[in-house]
Write a protein that binds this ligand. Structure first.
Ligand code: GDP
Length: 446
């Protein structure tokens, strides 16, 4: 875990802060200076961000002659070990000579420093906050460790230093456009999954036939698609048919169970729901589509056997309308037409699959997000249920695949669904997420 060191002279509220971050009453807290005995460490969480926190302390004897020397040694050691140091001052007491001395030590370190003006509840700390600006260590964060005010600002200030640490963890980058595309093909028996996969692979690796459910081949095939720029793009095709157990084939002739489809979906980034154009969209297809989105996967609906489709345009529009109506979470899921037999439309399908994976994996910078966010809030201010104002303050993307966002602010947990949808649709439009599922979590500081 990344580490935050809490530093500052005695009695500025370091222990209260430590307790608030760690969430347990571990330390003794008292108005008497120097109650805390040791350097303590704990696992903290702040608005969902996890880190380790070190509390420097232990200046129990207040010998003014030796205190600065001992503090300096301990402060410098803690700062060296930490990803960011949180320098706490008491905004009611203002900046003292000892604070100034600590600031002098800190200015010579190359570790990131965040200044916190504690005890700033109400307005009593205002002048101390201004004084702290003059320390030359960046804008201080007004905070109240006791009342828990300023949590979002603290999160904002710490986040860039702690996130970098997380990103350093060695792992292969699945967000890279060159990473293998994990594509599941699901659909009712006889929709043409095997034919489609064979056509893509250019060889009869799977067995197809007029009887439904004949395939029980491998569950995944690795392959390369040559894109429109002649680049080789790695793909892992995951087939549901292959997952069906031989004994159960008979009873599954008529319908694909949602369970079966979902097993393939587990392995996939993008899911192609294959429909048989001669049969159209059935309830079971919608159920599967809905589950795919619920699982946070990107969905593409593909109508196969387009070579023999009748009334093509009304069929297409009918299915399109039924999808938009039937899928509550996402409008405008891509609907494509192909013929697995002739190969028509398959390159477009693969292109859309890669583009969809790209949107599904996309990360938006916090700066970009919040520039959009401020406009969105201004254009359509949130409601005030029961006269209590909801004050959304800040949005961050905490995950991709699927894109997931966290909204912080006072009472944001009370935002009505319609307003959440407004924000999600705004995000979708502004950052081109298309029809991939976008998630929004609401966090109101306690
Ligand atoms: P699966 O059960 O989904 O794997 O379906 P299959 O691939 O076994 O195909 C079922 C039947 O539909 C076979 O008889 C295929 O020849 C036929 N079929 C598959 N794709 C097409 C297509 O694009 N056009 C036409 N006309 N027939 C197709």
């Amino acid at each position: 875990l990344p580490t935050v060191a809490i530093i500052g002279r005695p009695n500025v509220g370091k222990s209260t802060l430590f307790n608030r971050l760690v969430g347990k009453r571990l330390a003794l807290v008292d108005d008497q200076p120097g109650v805390t005995r040791d350097r303590r460490e704990g696992d903290a969480t702040l608005l969902g961000m996890d880190f380790r926190v070190i509390d420097t302390a232990g200046y129990e004897d207040e010998d003014v002659a030796t205190l600065p020397g001992r503090m300096r040694a301990q402060t410098e050691a803690a700062v060296q070990d930490a990803d960011v140091a949180l320098f706490v001052i008491d905004s009611r007491a203002g900046v003292t000579p000892l604070d100034e001395e600590i600031a002098r030590w800190l200015r010579s370190t190359d570790r990131p420093i965040v200044v916190m003006a504690n005890k700033a509840e109400g307005r009593a700390g205002d002048s101390g906050v201004y004084e702290a600006m003059a320390l030359g260590l960046g804008d201080p964060i007004p905070f109240s460790a006791e009342h828990g005010e300023g949590v979002v600002d603290l999160f904002e200030a710490l986040r860039p230093h702690l996130e970098r640490e997380e990103a350093d963890e060695p792992e292969e980058d699945p967000e890279s456009p060159d990473a293998i595309l994990k594509l599941a093909i699901v659909g009712r028996p006889n929709a043409g999954k095997s034919t489609l996969i064979n056509r893509l692979l250019g060889q009869d690796r799977l067995i197809t036939g007029p009887e439904a459910g004949i395939t029980r081949d491998s569950i995944a095939v690795d392959w390369e698609w040559t894109d429109f720029e002649e680049r080789k793009r790695p793909v892992r095709l995951i087939d549901t048919a292959g997952m069906r157990k031989r004994a159960k084939v008979e009873e599954k002739l008529e319908k694909l169970s949602v369970m079966d489809a979902m097993r393939a979906v587990d392995f996939a980034e993008v899911v192609v729901l294959l429909l048989d154009a001669t049969r159209g969209l059935e309830v079971q297809d919608l159920k599967i589509a809905d589950r795919v989105l619920q699982e946070g996967r990107a969905l593409i609906v593909v109508m196969n056997k387009w070579d023999v489709a009748e009334n093509a345009s009304s069929l297409f529009n009918g299915v399109k309308g039924a999808l938009d109506e039937g899928l509550a979470q996402v409008k405008g899921v891509p609907l494509l037409t192909v013929s697995a037999v002739t190969g028509k439309g398959l390159d477009t399908m693969m292109k859309v699959a890669f583009e969809t994976r790209e949107a599904w994996s996309r990360r938006v910078s916090t700066g970009q997000l919040n520039r959009w966010f401020e406009r969105a809030i201004e254009a359509n201010p949130p409601p005030a249920p029961g006269g209590k104002r909801i004050k959304p303050r800040y949005v961050t993307q905490n995950k991709s695949r699927p894109p997931s966002f966290v909204l912080f602010g006072t009472r944001v947990d009370l935002l009505p669904t319609s307003y959440q949808r407004y924000l999600i649709n705004g995000l979708r439009k502004e950052f081109d997420f298309g029809a991939v599922p976008v998630r929004l979590t609401l966090r109101a500081p306690k």
